[in-house]
Design a protein around this ligand. Structure first.
Ligand code: CO
Ligand code: ZN
Length: 329
């Protein structure tokens, strides 16, 4: 599971480039599902057939990144964010482009206040080119990249880029491999463009029209110094989402999650996230409405290249998904 997480987090998959990770995922789970479909938005849908109600699980494969907007005379690249990046987080990070090129983000130092009020429009990416002609041989307008962030184990925690949401993908893959029995008709969707506004999940849900749905994604924690109180701790177990800014969990799914955790001794905590959303936000208002829930993995420093999760929390998330499927909807 840890090895799988390392491999998956280190892949460069900014929104819009999700098909890059499809062959890898297919190869991991091909022996455990019946068929695959890739839809026009870049969702990978794995179907594990069953007789009962249709259940959709979703975790997003895309990560936050950058897309090139303009190339300066001197060869420096201007960009716009793909997803929620903040200028201070991006400053002096390394960027890996989908085409393999690399660079570093720096800023235009106009005066003493630039750094304080840093905006992404003050930033540029240096790919080592001496001129626009040289830069254009390496990168074209519209090329996308993501920030690099080494995978490290730190006590019982993992530090890496893209744990949002490769951690959810790994939990879902682990569940797919672990299911012993199931009665539902199962759709596991590796969704696209979540970071651009839950776009892939919306389309996938409209295509599948599930009776129930569960997303797997990261959530923030309230256990680091800061003003905003939140009752989620790293190492406190899987988080059962009750509300975020995109949705409120359906009581049936929320209670199913709590009962499954209680019955199988899975450590859990209840989550209310004040700002932020995930795929379940789009899924629950698809079609005529879908009773939905969300399995959250507590994560510190989300959308930085040094996100941190706890290994036991990740195992609890995978186990909760597995046992929900075995219990049935
Ligand atoms: Co995110
Ligand atoms: Zn996410």
């Amino acid at each position: 599971m840890i090895k799988l997480l390392e491999t998956m987090t280190q892949m460069t998959v900014p929104s819009g480039n999700e098909t890059l990770i499809h062959d890898f995922i297919k190869n991991e789970i091909k022996d455990y599902v019946d068929e695959f479909e890739t839809d026009p938005l870049g969702n990978l849908i794995a179907h594990k057939k069953g007789e009962g109600k249709k259940v959709m699980f979703a975790s997003h494969t895309d990560e936050i990144g950058v897309i090139i907007t303009y190339i300066e005379e001197n060869g420096m690249l201007r960009f716009t964010p793909l997803g929620g990046i903040n200028a201070h987080y991006a400053l002096h990070q390394r960027v890996k482009f989908v085409n393999g090129a690399v660079g570093v983000v720096s800023f235009e130092n106009k005066d003493d206040s630039t750094i304080k009020n840093l905006k992404t429009s003050d930033l540029f990416i240096d790919i080592g080119a001496k001129s626009s002609e040289e830069a254009e041989k390496i990168i074209k307008i519209g090329d996308a990249g993501a920030f690099s962030g080494e995978f490290l184990q730190c006590a019982n925690n993992i530090i890496s880029k893209a744990l949002d949401d490769r951690a959810g993908c790994v939990a879902m893959i682990t569940a797919i491999k672990s299911i012993k029995e199931h009665k539902n008709d199962l759709y596991f969707v590796f969704t696209a463009s979540e970071e651009l506004g839950l776009r892939g999940a919306k389309v996938a849900a409209n295509r599948i029209m599930p009776d129930f749905a569960v997303a797997l994604d990261v959530t923030r924690t309230g256990d680091v110094p800061g003003k905003l109180k939140m009752a989620i701790k790293l190492g406190g177990g899987v988080a059962i989402k009750i509300k975020d800014s995109s949705f409120i969990a359906h009581p049936y799914i929320k209670n199913l999650m709590i009962n499954v955790c209680e019955k199988n001794n899975i450590k859990y905590q209840l989550e209310v996230l004040e700002a932020g959303g995930t795929d379940s936000g789009a899924i629950h208002i698809s079609g005529g409405g879908v009773p939905s829930g969300c399995i959250s993995i507590p994560t510190r420093y989300i959308h930085s290249p040094s996100e941190m999760i706890n290994i036991d929390d990740l195992k609890c998330a995978a186990l909760l998904a597995t046992k929900m499927i075995e219990t049935g909807f």
